[in-house]
Design a protein around this ligand. Structure first.
Ligand code: DGP
Length: 113
């Protein structure tokens, strides 16, 4: 599939990997907006948050755990971080492979839109 994150999963594109399990990887965002900015993604391709059905409950729980683990690994679990997923064009989604931004390492402005 011609998807930039699928290429990272397959090792066809380089990325600074921060975490990996059987079904999930996390890597540094190429356009960091804060000192710490990780992307947590399922290896399987889902276009967006809305495309991941709740029948995939195991994967959803694994994603939850992976996000917590990544937050600990990159040192923001206790200090604070923002968890963001942009769903669809009007939300600014630019890569159509489900991903969660974990952003921190500085005081973040409160911006909800
Ligand atoms: P979004 O706008 O929510 O779809 O976020 C997509 C993010 O993906 C954006 O912050 C930049 C990042 N990104 C795009 N292409 C690459 C890439 O090839 N490598 C890495 N590490 N990040 C990428």
């Amino acid at each position: 599939m011609d998807c930039v994150f699928c290429k990272i999963v397959r090792g066809e594109l380089p990325a600074k990997k921060l975490y990996e399990s059987e079904r999930i990887i996390a890597f540094e965002d190429i356009n960091k907006v804060a000192p710490v900015h990780a992307l947590v993604i399922p290896k399987a391709h889902y276009d967006s948050f809305i495309a991941l059905p709740d029948t995939e409950s195991e994967l959803i729980v694994e994603l939850h755990r992976a996000i917590q683990e990544v937050a600990r690994l990159i040192g923001v679990a206790d200090t604070g971080f923002r968890l963001v997923t942009n769903n669809g064009k009007t939300a600014g989604q630019s890569v159509f492979h489900l991903h969660f931004h974990v952003i921190g390492g500085r005081t973040l402005e409160l911006k909800m839109g």
